[in-house]
Design a protein. Structure first.
Length: 378
């Protein structure tokens, strides 16, 4: 594809700015005026509407995706001495919450194409201590759930990137024992902070309901019936999420167009390859991740990131493999190498993507990658 223009940007292009407008501002104002600052009718409405959206029996709103995963694991009885098989290509929270339960994360290598857990490798990691499996839907591509379901363990799915995703005709949120979403500022439905657990299991929903907020009511005669946390979502944040949910289909159209601009604009660059997307599934188009093959692209990922930053294009890395981070490395010196995850950790680069960006913004990013590539491969 010919470059559109050769000029550089004059202003920094943000990586994933939230697409917040007057509707969200009005919803916050209305909520503040209603007097409900903490969990109230907006959080209840968000749960109801999200349950319909992800086609799950229950949705519980909590303070973060991290809290969603933590409470989901506890609800499924994960505790001291247990093992939970998970992916190393994720935000560290996925492994941290396993630790918070007193359990050990067992990292399974990923597939080279989409960086989701390699299900063929899971059986050899199963031991008598295995309590659950925690796959991740990276960038919005659902992990391969059928082989995981076939193993018969409870599944807590980290779907922080995958609110709109569909796996082989089934909505993400309707399949695993617990599916956890994030409402963090960069996410497709952004409230700033927040999380959701979707489940079809009454016992899981009840356990999370009890844990996220010590039961109130009954005057001063309250009681606590399970381990207690403070993880209820405030109505002000739920109000923002509700407006964002109203816009989810419009935003998906924009994301699809932005993915198309990148696909087309970068297709002929040697050594620059986007993660694969399975045509059998609906991808949430949360992150546009390229892999930079240093040999073919003339320089490594870090050099590309630096050069793009000089072009005023913000990028990010999703993700550095969790097992290579200092705390996990020191805690688990017996961790075997995970070659695909480690290679990916050196090569992945996420490009700007947001409904707040114009097509010209994305074309600026495309042009910048092309200019940098031309320079590195000259
Ligand atoms: C894959 C993944 N899992 C979990 C989380 C944690 O979500 P939160 O920030 O809402 O706690 C994030 C990022 O925010 C994420 O990207």
């Amino acid at each position: 594809m010919p470059t559109r223009r050769s000029t550089r940007r004059l202003h920094q292009l943000g990586f994933q700015p939230p697409a917040i407008g007057e509707d969200e501002i009005a919803a916050v104002t209305e909520t503040l005026r209603s007097g409900w600052l903490t969990t109230g009718p907006k959080a209840a409405l968000l749960e109801e509407r999200m349950a319909a959206y992800v086609e799950a029996k229950h949705v519980l709103a909590v303070t973060s995706g991290t809290a969603a995963m933590h409470l989901a694991l506890l609800a499924l009885g994960v505790g001291a001495g247990d093992e939970v098989i998970t992916s190393p290509i994720t935000w560290p929270a996925t492994a941290n919450v396993i630790e918070h339960c007193g359990a050990r994360p067992i990292f399974c290598d990923v597939r080279a194409g989409d960086l989701n857990i390699d299900t063929a490798l899971i059986p050899e990691l199963v031991t008598e201590r295995t309590k659950a499996i925690m796959p991740v839907d990276i960038a919005g591509q659902p992990c391969d759930l059928d082989p995981i379901l076939a193993l018969g363990f409870p599944i807590v799915e980290d779907s922080a990137h995958a609110l709109e995703s569909v796996y082989r005709g089934r909505k993400i949120g309707s399949i695993a024992d617990a599916t956890c979403f994030s409402l963090y500022v960069t996410k497709n439905v952004a409230a700033g902070e927040g999380g959701l657990v979707a489940t079809n299991r009454d016992d899981v929903a009840e356990a999370i309901r009890n844990m996220r907020l010590t039961r109130r009511g009954g005057g001063s005669h309250y009681d606590q019936v399970t381990q207690g946390f403070k993880a209820n979502l405030a109505d002000v944040l739920a109000a923002i999420a509700l407006v964002q949910l109203d816009k989810i289909d419009d935003h998906a159209v924009t994301r699809e167009r932005q993915f198309g601009l990148y696909d087309e604009g970068l297709a002929d660059l040697a050594g620059i390859t986007p993660l694969t997307r399975d045509p059998r599934d609906t991808h949430a188009l949360h992150l546009y991740v390229i892999r930079v093959d240093a040999e073919l692209a003339g320089a490594d990922r870090d050099a590309y990131q630096h050069a793009l930053s000089e072009e005023l294009i913000s990028t990010s890395i999703h993700f550095l493999p969790v097992h290579t981070l200092t705390w996990f490395r020191e805690r688990y010196p017996d961790q075997p190498p995970l070659p695909e995850a480690e290679k990916a950790g050196d090569e992945v680069l996420s490009l700007p993507l947001s409904p707040a960006h114009s097509d010209d913004d994305i074309l600026d990013a495309v042009d910048a990658v092309r200019r940098v590539h031309e320079r590195f491969t000259a």
